[in-house]
Structure formats: structure tokens, C-alpha cells
Design a protein around this ligand. Sequence first.
Ligand code: ATP
Ligand code: MG
Length: 257
Amino acid sequence: MAFLTVNQLTHAYFSTQSVTTALENISLQVEEGEFVSFLGPSGCGKTTLLSLIAGLMPPTIGTVKIQNENVQKAHNQIGYMFQQDYLFPWRTIEENIFIGLKIQHKLDKMSKTFALDLLEQLNLEHTRTKYPHELSGGMRQRIALVRTLATQPVLLLLDEPFSALDYQTKLKLENLVFNTLKEHQKTALLVTHDIGEAIAMSDRVIVFSANPGKIKSIHTIPSELQKMEPFEVRNHEDYKHIFQTIWEELNELEVEN
Ligand SMILES: Nc1ncnc2c1ncn2[C@@H]1O[C@H](COP(=O)(O)OP(=O)(O)OP(=O)(O)O)[C@@H](O)[C@H]1O
Ligand SMILES: [Mg+2]
């Protein structure tokens, strides 16, 4: 039994004037502990798919199952990380990392210790009493990761979490997030526009075509590369070849549009 099963999912957005079919007939399975990336042109429905998996809205057609249970409403064991960190500017870092626990009524001595340990693991202990505006973009995204992991989600949904960062910080965070998720044996889905990032971080890369969003192809990353840290993967001989294949595919999609 797969950890996550998306079965024949179609989603349309309705307004009084128009209907937009964002996704059409998407089926996929993700195993526990797997890291899967979604690549595809803007508007092909990547964010829509994450929202449906998280149960933030019901699909028009089809089903989502997590650990063999239908997702029918917002799933409280899913952690979401976005391009923006959405930290509360008027709260300290410590208050920010406890917020998810507080909302889920899970804030106790044990969960606090767990969150503070994570903060320490990510070398951010010294920021506890600071406010978000006192931190760099990369530090804020690391805090957002701590906050997301603090509630011990079973599944992480990462929607372009590194795209607002400078290249150097992004490469460092790729490694850090990869190692942290592996250490905590998390299942994760990553949306990105960066082909290199998708290859470097994932076990599988799923390429979507647009209008309406469909699965175009699935690339399984060789197991040797799956085990390596993202930075190492980017320097591996086989990386270039996989990059080229996906690059050409995405170029073709642009021409088709
Ligand atoms: N709330 C909404 N109401 C109406 N249409 C929407 C809504 N959200 C998304 N859409 C439409 O659905 C399609 C898919 O959008 P979505 O945001 O899922 O794409 P995406 O792949 O995440 O794009 P990007 O890479 O730019 O983030 C687009 O045509 C978009 O205009
Ligand atoms: Mg999006």
C-alpha cells in the first residue's frame, strides 16, 4: 500500500464567467519516505495539486488517500512550506516556532523541547528571542522549516520554498532540508521551477504539461544519486544527462503552448 495515492484527480475552478480546468486525470502514488518533485510550466496546476493533497479544497473529480484514508478536509498532519515564510512579524522566533503546536493544542513540555532541539540542530538557537525582521531570508526559511517540522507532520508539501533566496543560500538550504527530512524519515513533495534542484533533491521527478495540467513524464533518479546530498548530485557525471533530458522536455512543452 502506497503512503499517498492520488487517483484520477481532475480539478476545475468555476467563476460566473468561466471554467478553468487546472488539472485533468492525475494519478500517482508516493511511498513512505520518498521525496518527489513536480516540475512544469507556470499555471500547470502544481500548487492546485498540493492544495488538493492537503485537503484545503475538495477535488472536482477523483480522490486523495493518505495512509489509506480519504482526505476530505484540511489534514492536520501535513506541513506546508511556501516561497514566503509567513512568520508573524510581531512575534519572537520562539513564539513563531510554537504557533503550529499551539493551534493544534499540542503545546506541552515535550513538544516545546522537540521544537527547540530542531532550532538548535539548524544552528538557530541564538535567534530565540529575536524578531523575524532581524533575520536574513535564509535564516527565516530555516525558521519556517523548524515551525513546519515542530508539529511532526507525516507529509511535507514544499511549494517553491527556496525560490526567493540567493543562489548560495539556496544550495546550502537544499542540503540542510534534504538531510533534515532524511533524518526524520519524512515523505515530501517539492514544487520547483529549478530542474537542478528537482534532480538534486528527489527520488523521482514528475513533469507536468499545462492547459489542462497533466502528467507528461516521470523520471526516477538513479539510486546512487538519490542517496547523495543535493550539492554532490549537482556535480555528478550523470546529473548533466538527466538535466538535458528534462530541459528538452520542458522546452518542447513551451513550444506546444
Ligand atoms: N483560486 C483560483 N481561482 C481560479 N483559477 C485559479 C485559482 N487558482 C489557480 N487557478 C488557475 O488554475 C491553473 C493552475 O494554477 P496553479 O496555481 O495551480 O499553477 P502552478 O503550476 O502552481 O503555477 P506557478 O508555477 O505559476 O506557481 C491556472 O490556470 C490558474 O490561473
Ligand atoms: Mg504555484
